[in-house]
Write a protein that binds this ligand. Sequence first.
Ligand code: 13P
Length: 255
Amino acid sequence: MDKTKRKAIIAGNWKMNKTPNEAKELLNAITPLVKDADCEVVACVPYVDLSVALEVVKGTNVKIGAENCHWEKSGAYTGEISTGMLTEMGVEYVVLGHSERRQYFGETDETVNKRTKAALAAGLKPIVCVGELLWERECDITEEVIARQIKLDLFDVSAEDVKKTVIAYEPVWAIGTGKTATADQAEEVCAFIRATLAKLYDKETADAVTIQYGGSMNDGNADELLSKADVDGGLIGGASLVAEKFAAIVKAAGK
Ligand code: 13P
């Protein structure tokens, strides 16, 4: 695999953390630390933080993402946010199908697929999350689970569009637990995702897709995880809320 074909992307997923004032403070701390980054740097923040976040990163190399979007353009969907609302603001990325949305909010592969297609149609870059539960890993069906998610979440997405899609491999047992997949485990599944994409599309398309690892990635383990051939970046939860830690992971991606 040739990593030079792909852009490394380090994205923070802030989840339900930081008020607008706190977001301003954190991004003001992050932007100078990552200004020479040799990778794409993204902060995916709560909806209410988007406005201030976009303002703070203006003129910097940091891009802003949302943490979800709806598939309809508008209508009676109380509490939802459309792709048009995000693009009009200047949002570039959107996290979709995060395991917390799947676990707590009834997200399914079908709705992840609808959201992914809507995001791509609107010109947003989706970060589509896949990953197995601990129970599924113990039953030795990780590859089946991942292949199913990839096939369903990307159903009817063209090769051209899949190249604009980021896949985040987040083993559910490693999220927020401090239990990181080993670099070899992360590489094994990221390589499997790429092989699955090659089967669904073709090798050239698969080689162009950025595949991130997520799950307790931090400043201590990023170097090793990011040194792997098919790990093209990270989707960072907890460590993205501490400017120095996030900046150290960004630095590791540039090595
Ligand atoms: P943690 O880095 O806190 O484990 O979260 C990972 C994650 O879910 C990113 O989307």
